[in-house]
Design a protein around this ligand. Structure first.
Ligand code: ZN
Ligand code: ZN
Length: 387
């Protein structure tokens, strides 16, 4: 818990408190009255971040209401930041070979045209999600995008955040670096990308949770079915051997009651296991970084186009190829006939209504053949994961 202790020490100091580390997991705090009040602390407080908890110490952890207290103290600070990092790393010796690993274009050919130093702006977005059903899952999902090339960062991001956290030298970008780096994308463009990229990633991330949810639901439903089937069978047997009308009426009423109860219990079950998912964008960090930019000529039939891929010196690897439509979970990109967009396979797939394939980057709104709305398609796929 040293990270949490250091973070709290930093924050409390900024808020006017005097802090003193009293041990590896302890912090002595002398806070001014308004801060004391907001955090519910005595004048002289000893905060304990670990298992060691001397008498009178206030336990602080990520559970309980400390997250909320600290969140209220932070307000909107830390939600947005811009940072420049200039790693001293030699550019890759064999960019052609790197491209060979990174580029998979089943319906096009490519050729490296050139490589040169450049600047980029990565936007690293953090989303907090809460999935609530009979159980609860909370967590943070991260998505990064290179605003010069349109590449999306996935698993690479964990390493990137580690590298950034390990570098305490926080530099604000110089005017020259800001001029050389691409301007931030308009909010609508970022939103469109997040809407396409986040739901399938969240869905993959939550897959084990959703599978076990499904298993519990199936198990409970089977039990319910079995129990009511037994009741039904017995009542039906008694009805068949009823000796008079009164008995027949009683058993018929019983059968109806069993059916009603079964439907009601099924509704309860659906209600219990219904999934409520909320996703909140909590942080955006713009990382201004010198990269090594590869220009790649792409040919498809008679068309050609140049796209860029950046080699990231912090990760020491080439970014994935851009994805201009679709989620881009796979490495392969299809190149469209009309404007040579790079998309994932699904984004060149057949229209769900007329069956004709079309490029969702050329036609983001609707199928050009039959006019079927692409939004309806998205909703059908990710309806339960709306952000
Ligand atoms: Zn169509
Ligand atoms: Zn296209």
């Amino acid at each position: 818990m040293a990270d949490l202790r250091d973070f709290m020490a930093d924050l409390l100091e900024r808020e006017g408190a005097a802090v003193d580390p009293a041990g590896p997991d302890l912090l002595e705090v002398l806070a001014p009255p308004p801060l004391r009040e907001r955090l519910g602390l005595p004048e002289m407080a000893l905060l304990a971040f670990g298992a060691e908890r001397p008498a009178g110490a206030v336990p602080v952890g990520l559970d309980g209401d400390w997250l909320e207290r600290v969140g209220a103290l932070l307000g909107e600070r830390g939600r947005r930041a811009v940072r420049m990092v200039v790693p001293e790393v030699a550019p890759p010796a064999d960019p052609e070979r790197l491209l060979g690993h990174a580029l998979e274009l089943p319906n096009a050919v490519w050729r490296l045209k050139g490589a040169a130093p450049a600047w980029t702006r990565y936007r690293l977005l953090s989303f907090r999600y809460t999935a609530l059903s009979d159980e609860k899952r909370e967590g943070v999902l991260r998505l990064g995008l290179n605003m010069a090339t349109g590449a999306l960062l996935d698993g690479e991001q964990a390493v990137l955040w580690d590298r950034l956290a390990a570098d305490p030298d926080w530099r604000t970008p110089t005017p020259e670096a800001l001029r050389a780096a691409p301007s931030p994308w308009p909010a609508e463009r970022v939103d469109a990308l997040v809407r396409a990229a986040l739901p399938p990633r969240l869905s993959a991330h939550l897959a084990p949770f959703l599978r076990s949810l499904r298993r519990r639901l199936d198990r409970d439903r089977d039990r319910l079915h079995e129990y009511h089937q037994d009741l039904h069978r017995e009542a039906a047997k008694r009805l068949a051997t009823a000796r008079d009308d009164a008995e027949r009426q009683r058993e018929t009423a019983r059968l109806e009651a069993i059916a009603r109860e079964y439907t009601g219990k099924l509704d309860d079950l659906r209600h219990n296991y219904a999934l409520a998912l909320t996703v909140e964008r909590v942080q955006a960090l713009d990382l201004i970084l010198p990269v090594h930019r590869l220009s790649v000529l792409i040919r498809r039939r008679k068309g050609e186009r140049v796209v860029s891929l950046d080699w990231n010196p912090l990760l020491r690897q080439l970014d994935p190829p851009p994805v201009e439509a679709g989620a881009g979970l796979e490495r392969a990109r299809l190149v469209c006939d009309e404007r040579l967009h790079l998309t994932d396979a699904a984004a060149q797939g057949p229209c769900v209504s007329c069956g004709k394939p079309f490029c969702r980057a050329c036609h983001p709104q609707a199928c050009p053949k039959c006019g079927h709305s692409a939004q309806a398609e998205d909703d059908a796929m990710f309806g339960s994961l709306a952000v």
